[in-house]
Design a protein around this ligand. Structure first.
Ligand code: KG4
Ligand code: ZN
Length: 325
């Protein structure tokens, strides 16, 4: 069995997964402390990971012990370095004590590998749209070991655009679910927000959209913004989803075997799911607990990796930014 550990942002996660991709356990503890700041505070995230990580690993192991574990997988990056280091140090400590091998997993490859987990694995080749608070990526996945980046965001991530929009509308953090809920009662045609449709290729940009909402809110003033909040939310959500789907459609058009997987926290979005289902190609969305940050996806990615033997990994470092492919 493989023990996975993930601490790249504000979720402290551990999971046990078999070589065949069956999830034995998948435990995550979300840090509520960041809510009152309207975003993740990196230093607090690290401290809370330190407090939580041993208990989360214990819970993931359940009745199993480290004797049942043959490989430890940990997120090496990208993410908050201080947060990542807690997971990396924990993994090194556990693996080193048992002389177990260690797999250093790329977080985005983990999101891709969430699709490979039982009981409903989605096998390559497919296009993968990852949209979360930290990343927005369109990738072509042709095998279990990696992916080719087709497009990524040039500024904000899609989830970040949801969160910032929600903030402008006076909703809480994380704002995606709240904004989407409010949008359900609104008219998505009420306001025309930009989708960067004229930008060619498969990259994304959400900064202009966020600024457009800011100007609209200023123009309307507090009372009118309040009164039209549902329409603003619906039009804004519509623009984000359209921006995502536009690139997906472009990529699918050029694909010989068009199939799509969606991951990341934004995959929970109702409108995005509706639009994806209407594409007319096979679409795979892992269950919500595997779309958001989790350790089962990290263990899943490790199944196809060459792990590092003891003691080579003791010098392993975390990285904040994605390595050049
Ligand atoms: O993957 P995730 O849990 O954490 C990382 O950022 O890695 O993604 C969280 C993001 C947040 O920006 C949140 O607002 C967004 O996903 N999100 C949603 C919805 N649920 C979560 N955005 C739109 N609609 C939703 N239903
Ligand atoms: Zn993530």
């Amino acid at each position: 069995m493989i023990l996975g550990i993930e601490t790249s942002c504000d979720d402290t996660c551990a999971a046990v997964v078999t070589r065949a991709g069956e999830i034995v356990s998948n435990v995550g503890s979300s840090q509520c402390v960041h809510q009152r700041f309207g975003g993740v505070v990196p230093e607090w995230a690290s401290r809370h990971h330190l407090e939580l990580v041993n208990a989360v690993v214990d819970e993931a192991l359940g009745d199993a012990t480290l004797d049942d574990i043959e490989l430890i997988a940990v997120t090496q990056g990208p993410g908050l370095v201080g947060a990542l280091l807690v997971g990396v140090a924990t993994a090194k400590g556990l693996a080193g004590a048992r002389r177990l091998p260690l797999a250093a997993v790329d977080h985005l490859q983990g999101h891709v590998a969430a699709n490979f987990l039982a009981p409903d694995p989605f096998e390559p080749p497919f296009l993968c749209l990852l949209a979360s608070g930290g990343h927005t990526l369109l990738a072509r996945v042709t095998d279990h070991r990696g992916y080719e980046t087709l497009g990524q965001t040039l500024d904000d991530a899609a989830g970040e655009a949801f969160d910032k929009g929600a903030r402008l509308l006076g909703l809480g953090y994380p704002g995606g679910p709240a904004l989407s809920k409010l949008a359900a009662a609104g008219d998505r045609e009420a306001f025309a927000f930009p989708t960067a449709a004229k930008m060619p290729g498969l990259d994304f940009s959400f900064a202009g959209l966020k600024t457009a909402l800011l100007y609209k809110v200023r123009e309307l003033g507090p009372e009118e913004t309040q009164r039209r909040a549902a329409d603003l939310a619906a039009s804004y959500e519509h623009a984000i989803v359209e921006a995502l789907m536009l690139r997906v459609r472009r990529a699918l058009r050029d694909d010989p075997a068009p199939r799509l997987a969606i991951g990341g926290g934004v995959a929970a979005n109702r409108l995005l799911r509706e639009r994806a289902a209407a594409l007319g190609v096979p679409v795979h969305v892992p269950p919500p607990e595997l779309c958001t940050d989790n350790a089962a996806m990290i263990a899943s990615a490790a199944r196809w990796m060459e792990p590092q033997p003891f003691p080579r990994y003791l010098g392993l470092d975390a990285y904040a930014q994605r390595r050049a492919a």
